[in-house]
Design a protein around this ligand. Sequence first.
Ligand code: TYD
Length: 217
Amino acid sequence: MKGRFLVFEGIDGCGKSTQINQLINWLPTSGLMPQNSVLHVTREPGGTALGNALRELLLHPPKEILPGSLSELLLYSADRAQHVLEVITPALENGDWIISDRFSGSTIAYQGYGRELNLDLILQLEKIATQGLVPDITFWLDLSVEESLDRRKNTNHDRIESEGATFLGRVANGFDVLAKERNWTRVPANLPKEVVAKKIKESLSIKITGKRISSNG
Ligand code: TYD
């Protein structure tokens, strides 16, 4: 594929959205992207119209349609299959760049480690839903469970966010394992957001060009 596929992962409250917003302001003028390539920002669940409908079902379902763990896994996988087909693959084939707020790592961490569903099954589903597509770079915003809960203590929680500290601890451990196994870029997320943004830009620059960025932006 001609484009580049960047992914942000991490537990709830780790600051993915803030960091993605910082990056989209900088990346198109950074000199890292080829001039004719476009930057797309997307998310899971919800990068497509079908995905947005699935997102509502997954995160804010009416009581009578609460999914069990296996259905939850299949719904996240369905969201991903559509996302890869409709959004990610066409953009990459076009030579564009894509930033996705979450990808298959989230399913391994949340449904595999968090819900404790069978990891082999999840890895098989990952291959099916992604059609073998692997991100070029995954940034893992590493935040402690305590900090995550503290940052979100005054916010409304969706269905997954309401699972509590034990569940979140398993998810955080899952991300830790995955980051090592898959050679993700770990970024400490408990620092001021400008510092986190700088670290992300620096490490992206090194990965793309092999050189450090000279600007302070
Ligand atoms: P997110 O968009 O990060 O939430 P918010 O917009 O509130 O910051 O993610 C939605 C939730 O879905 C989050 O709690 C993690 C969960 N999730 C899974 O459990 N499995 C998955 O495969 C994905 C992509 C997300």
